[in-house]
Design a protein around this ligand. Structure first.
Ligand SMILES: *Cc1c(COP(=O)(O)O)cnc(C)c1O
Length: 386
């Protein structure tokens, strides 16, 4: 099935109700008809009608659909993207293990790796994600997990998924990719040999800035193992968010196709603006990873960053002046959002760390929405005017 058809029909037949829109089960627990049935429910792996921390029927529909979208056997939904990432990492590492990750990850993931893992005796090496040889050089005998995230936040660097997967497979190391920015429409990490895929479903998968959720996709046994630890850690999703996520997923291909086109057009326009010194978007031929992105991705996604040449204050002024684009974190919704990157990171990083992460003082990150492209070009032009 085409992905366009899959998002509409990929969860068909799981429930025997006849409503066209999926049923919602706002219940914490389910009644058994007799003790024998109760024993079956309690001991089944991932019974969808037992207790809602373990899952529920609406959630199972979303998980089935997301697994198929990511070319995986199974998926499990979490309360947030960080719930999915933290639970998956914790389910894979023990004291004395070593993890390889990128120098640039989502801020929450960076904190998990650099602040929390050391407390449990897990070692970490962070590498330049644009260099496959750097991943190879970082491997140790106790390396258990390699984490990648592509394109990365906020400078949109691209990781060579096939190269990392090849390296890890040869050594029996598990690979985990955060595919939030790309979405399965633009890139499917498992097609390149990556084992596990996580998303902040809060972003493109939900698509309407009205839910917080995360998902892990992978082989059935691997997903079940993470689920079993996950019901103890408790970052479980809920029926309502699963329902909203399922609704959002029906239009994912349409939305991604549109943001791919709008973001490329906006990136090209910003690249020729005299007040802009640099645009970061893997769809531009000027991006250092454009060749790899063109091989690995079907479209280049809805996030771009650009540097306001005049620096920190001028970038804040630009964000302040935007009329259509709201000054808010997050991405993947119908509305365009923009943030001054240094303002976001200065709470948790020192100025030296911000510079080391490649975040220039004038960097603005834009999460492009579904507005008309000419309106967006005009909004950024007026915000950047003298
Ligand atoms: C937002 C985001 C996360 C965290 O997801 P939440 O749903 O906010 O917990 C993780 N990775 C990336 C790339 C994100 O953009």
């Amino acid at each position: 099935m085409d992905l366009e058809s899959l998002v509409i029909h990929g969860d068909a037949g799981l429930e025997d109700d006849t409503s066209v829109s999926p049923a919602l089960y706002p219940t914490s627990t389910y009644r058994a008809r007799n003790p024998a049935e109760f024993a079956d429910m309690a001991n089944a792996a991932r019974h969808p009608r037992y207790y809602s921390r373990y899952g529920n029927p609406t959630q199972r529909r979303v998980e089935t659909l997301l697994a198929r979208l990511e070319n995986a056997e199974a998926a499990v939904l979490f309360a947030s993207g960080m719930g999915a990432i933290s639970t998956t990492v914790l389910a894979h590492v023990s004291q004395g293990d070593h993890v390889v990750a990128q120098s640039s990850h989502y801020m929450g993931t960076t904190k998990l790796l650099t602040a929390l893992l050391p407390r449990w005796g897990v070692e970490l090496t962070r590498v330049d994600q644009t260099d496959p040889a750097a991943f190879a050089a970082a491997i140790r005998p106790n390396t258990r997990l390699i984490l990648v995230e592509t394109p990365s936040n906020p400078t949109l660097e691209v990781t060579d998924l096939a190269a990392v997967a090849r390296l890890a497979k040869a050594l029996g190391i598990t690979t985990l990719a955060d595919n939030t920015f790309a979405t399965p429409l633009n890139c499917r990490p498992r097609d390149f040999g990556i084992d596990l895929v996580v998303h902040s479903a809060t972003k493109y998968l939900g698509g309407h800035s009205d839910l917080v959720a995360g998902v892990l996709c992978g082989d059935a046994a691997a997903v079940e193992k993470v689920w079993a630890d996950g019901i103890v850690l408790g970052a479980c999703s809920n029926a309502w968010d699963a329902f909203l996520l399922l609704r959002g997923l029906r239009t994912l291909p349409l939305r991604v196709e549109r943001v791919n086109a709008t973001t490329l057009a906006l990136a090209q326009t910003l690249a020729s603006h005299p007040a802009v010194s640099k645009v970061y978007y893997p769809g531009l031929a000027s991006h250092p990873d454009h060749g790899l992105a063109a091989r690995q991705m079907k479209g280049f996604g809805g996030v771009l960053s650009f540097e306001v040449a005049a620096g920190y204050a001028a970038a804040q002024r630009c964000v302040q002046r935007l009329k259509l684009a709201a000054n808010a974190v997050s991405l993947g919704g119908v509305e365009t959002l923009a943030v001054h990157a240094a303002s976001v990171w200065e709470g948790s990083l020192t100025p030296e760390q911000i510079a080391a992460a490649g975040i220039a003082p004038g960097l603005v990150r834009v999460a492009v929405g579904l507005e008309g492209v000419e309106d967006l070009k005009a909004d950024f032009a007026q915000a950047l005017a003298e």
